[in-house]
Design a protein around this ligand. Sequence first.
Ligand code: SF4
Length: 66
Amino acid sequence: MKVSADQAACIGAGLCVLRLPEMFDQHDDTGVVVLRQTEPGPAPEDEKAVLEVVELCPARALRVDR
Ligand code: SF4
């Protein structure tokens, strides 16, 4: 599973950071999402939570590819 984020679309709502702080962070100044890890992708036990976050993101800024 590969997670990517569209920083231009992100509105800084922070839901992804609240749910999975080990994977997502927010830029200090702008609040825009920053991926904390891109390789090798989320741990298998986190994949369900990642899919939930993708659905929760109000800006549809997160994407998962398999
Ligand atoms: S949940 Fe979506 S809009 Fe909110 S910070 Fe994360 S990527 Fe940005």
